[in-house]
Each structure stands twice: as C-alpha cells, then as structure tokens.
Write a protein that binds this ligand. Structure first.
Ligand SMILES: [Zn+2]
Length: 497
C-alpha cells in the first residue's frame, strides 16, 4: 500500500512503531531477539525510504536515526537503543523491589534512565557524524540542525486544528527532508533557470536565489504568522508600520510592530531568513546571530535611540535555527497568546514552534522545487527496488549497521567525551560550540557592541553578562582567544525574562 501523504505517513511510522518497540526494549534482553530487532530495523528503514521517495546510505540513515532534536528524523534503531532501555528497566525494577540482584554483563553498572541514555547515545553519534563529515558544508549542516526548534517540522502533528500551518504538501515535505539530510535534490549542478548562476545539487543556491520572489514569499509568510500570534495575544500588531523612525526616514524596520511591549515602549520586530551555507556563513558558529548583529542591529539600533520603540531582530536559518533574541521574542508572544486563548503554555508553545518550523520549511522546499521540479531529481518510490513484501530481511540486515556505533559497555559519557575531544582536535572543524548557551556569541569590537545595547532601556532595570569573542569571524579561529565580560543594559527581548 502506498501512503501518498508523506508527512502524515512518516509521523505515523515514527510514533506507532516507537510504542511497539518500547515494550520489547524494556522486557527482554536484546540477545534473545537480536535477529528480530535487525529485521524490524530493516523494515522500518525500507518503509521510511518508500515514504520519502529515496534510498538512504548508511551514513544518511545514521542521521535519520537520531532524535529530531539533534538533527534526525527520530527513526531510532532498535539494535542501538534496546540495551540502554533494558538496562534502565533492570535497575528501576531492582530499586522498586528493594532487592540486590546479580547484574548481568549486558546491563550497565550504573543506573541511567532510558531517555537520557538514548539522548547521550544520539549525541555521541552526532559527534561521530560531524567528525566524519566530508567537508565544511556537512559539518555546518549537522551542527546547525541540532539547534533548538530546528527540527520542529519533523515532529509536527499535521493537523488543521489551528489553521493549515503544520500541513505540508507531500512534495514539499519530501524535499524539506532531503535538504535536512543532505541528500541531493538534483542529479548534478546546473544553471539556475531563474538567474543562470550555478544551481547546486544540494539546493543551497535555490534557498538564496533572489529571483522570482521566493525569498519575499518566505519572509512574508513568516511575518504573517508572527502577526497572527501577536493578534491572538491581543497585542494590536501592525505590519510594515510607517514612520517608526520619523516621518521622513523612508525605512521600515518593523515587519511587525507591537505598540505596547515592555516598560511602556513598543517593539518593532524585523524578521529575516538566512542560509548557514553561504561562503560568508559556512564557518561561523552561529550564522543567524552574526546576521542579526551585523545586518539588523548594526543597521537600526542607533536610529531607535530616543524613540518610543525597542528594536528586535528575529532571524531564522534556512535549516531552522533561530537567534536567541528571536526565541525570546517568540516565547513571549506565545505566552501572551496562550494566556489569551486559555491554552496551557507548554502545549501551545510546542505547537507554535511546529507552526513556525513547517511554515519556514514549506517556503525553503518550495524555492528548491520551483527551480528543479521536473528536472529528473527524485526517484519515485516505485523505482526504489524491492518492496516490503519481497525484501530479503536477512540479507538486508547485514548492511544496516551504521558507521562506528559508540560501544555500550564503555561509559556513554566517556564515549561522548572522546567524540568531543576528537572533534576539537580536528583542524578542519569550525569554531567550537558556544561555551555558555545562555550567552550571546557576538563578533565585534566592544565599542560597537556597547552602543547597540545601551540605547533604549535604563541601565538599572536589568543587567546581562555577554561573552565577547574578540576573534573576528572571518579568521576562523577554533578558540575564542580573549574572553571578556561586561555589564550591559538588555536588548529588547532580554528585558522580558
Ligand atoms: Zn538562481
């Protein structure tokens, strides 16, 4: 049977099979059903490939097997996680019984719950994939996909209950997944039919091509959603408000302007989407932060001084990451909307991230489709070879194991650490991940930085510590050479917390 709705089919596949698998994980040691587990994993992989319309290499499927939070599709392999689940269950049962049991060799000596053990395993696998990535583009792709909310479209329930934002057309969904997994969308590089520049087979040019209005559609679609959420919170938002910077400036930095936001001032939200794969961004740790700082705050902050409005930049990457400031703004909008609609904040918030992620990926995938649709891109599901019914599971299972699974018997944390160390020592990697996730990674000189953050709010309201990397981003140093901290007045969104 062929399920045409790829988004719904993948959602059902992941959710329904996870439930079945979980009960086996916890109740039976893997060695007693290893072959069945291999067969099960092979079936799941083949089903996913049929739904998505393309076969996956072991390397690609290793990424697909990661939790969506770390850049995957949540198609975890039974053979990789069963022992972790059994081990957790064994320890929990012993604790519940208040007895001392003789620990089998395949059970971990220490108790770790299954959720965190599986997450650590996935993180180690991600680091392995990063370390073995063939080029900077792949390293950047894997790292940026593991940012908060970047994978919300994968786990989104495709439902009309709050509009059509989370429902993606099957072709869009499949192309969005290709882009996420780094699978080609074209057989080879060709001239872009819109602008004649090179249309690369991974779709990077398509997501940035200025012709045909796809970028404007993408921007306006997200802007409208911001406006809608703000309207749900009764914040009286105004789109493209004129005259924020005076009657004659002619500039409109507020895609969505909220008349009253905090401290009696309004907020002008400027929204943008940027690609982490451009030459300028490819080796930056946080391309969206860099873009927000230089192209938004650097452009507008000074002009907002003394006005009745604060300025906030909301910048997404095409792979789904979003700036810290943008996250804070959206979370506050979600909070107001959830309160006003009478919804629980956590459930409203999860759903809202899904709406934004689907909205973004619809536009990103459409820009790719607009340029390569019908150019012999994606093999149809029917050309994939063996169907589920005819699949030789025993033979196929031999090709399933991914590259270098971190060993279970070693401490998972030490596996993670060894991967991290391996990455840090690898000279081709981009700069290390931010040391403190709650701090900005901002690349600029102190003077500019201070000017940007002391504009509109009295200094005594709040203070925040910012770590400043003195290294200029274009120098690609792998170590922040001079860390300085200083106290600043908050930017618009920081004042919310
Ligand atoms: Zn083009």
């Amino acid at each position: 049977m062929d399920f045409e709705d790829s988004q719904a089919a993948l959602f059902l596949l992941r959710v329904s099979f996870s439930i079945v698998r979980g009960s086996f994980h916890e109740a039976t040691p893997l060695q007693q059903w290893r072959q069945q587990a291999l067969n099960f994993d092979a079936l799941l992989r083949t089903a996913a490939e049929s739904i998505l319309g393309f076969p996956m290499s072991d390397h690609t499927y290793a990424q697909a097997s990661l939790t969506p939070t770390l850049g995957g599709l949540g198609l975890r392999k039974t053979v990789e996680h069963a022992r972790l689940a059994y081990s957790a269950s064994w320890h929990e049962s012993m604790d519940t019984a208040e007895e001392d049991w003789i620990r089998p060799s395949f059970v971990s000596p220490t108790h770790q719950d299954q959720k965190s053990a599986s997450f650590e395993f996935d993180r180690a696998m991600l680091e392995h994939l990063v370390a073995s990535a063939p080029n900077d583009r792949e390293v950047q792709r894997l790292r940026r996909l593991a940012q908060p909310h970047a994978g919300a479209f994968v786990t989104a329930v495709p439902s009309e209950e709050d509009g059509f934002q989370t429902i993606m057309r099957p072709r869009n969904f499949r192309v969005a997944v290709r882009y996420r997994l780094g699978v080609v969308v074209l057989k080879e590089d060709i001239p872009c039919p819109m602008c004649q520049q090179t249309l690369d087979k991974l779709g990077d040019h398509a997501t940035c091509c200025p012709k045909s209005g796809d970028i404007i559609v993408r921007h306006n679609s997200l802007r409208n959603l911001v406006n809608q959420v703000a309207a749900d919170g009764l914040l009286n938002p105004v789109m493209e408000k004129k005259g924020i910077l005076g009657p004659t400036s002619g500039r409109r930095p507020g895609d969505v302007t909220i008349p009253c936001w905090a401290y009696g001032k309004g907020l002008a939200i400027d929204l943008a989407v940027t690609s982490p794969f451009t030459d300028q961004h490819l080796r930056l740790v946080e391309p969206c932060e860099h873009y927000a700082y230089h192209s938004k705050h650097g452009k507008y902050d000074r002009d907002f001084r003394g006005t009745d409005f604060m300025f906030g930049a909301l910048v997404f990457e095409t792979t789904g990451a979003i700036t810290e400031e943008g996250t804070r703004i959206l979370r506050q909008l979600f909070r107001f909307a959830a309160k006003r609609l009478g919804h629980q904040f956590s459930s409203y918030c999860g759903r809202a991230w899904a709406r934004f992620s689907c909205n973004l990926q619809k536009s990103v995938s459409q820009a790719i489709l607009s340029r390569c649709d019908g150019l012999g891109v994606c093999p149809a599901p029917s050309t994939l070879g063996p169907t589920l019914g005819s699949l030789d599971l025993a033979a196929d299972s031999k090709s399933v194991p991914p590259p270098a699974i971190p060993p279970f018997t070693a401490s998972v944390s030490s596996a993670v650490l060894s991967c991290v160390h391996a990455c840090v020592d690898t000279p081709t990697l981009v700069a290390p991940l931010p040391l403190h996730t709650n701090q900005h990674t901002i690349y600029s000189n102190k003077e500019l930085h201070t000017n940007q953050h002391t504009i509109y709010i009295p200094k005594d309201l709040h203070t925040t510590t910012v770590t400043q990397h003195s290294t200029h981003p274009t120098q690609h140093s792998t170590h922040p050479t001079q860390l300085t901290t200083h106290t600043l007045a908050p930017i618009a969104s920081q004042a919310l917390v």
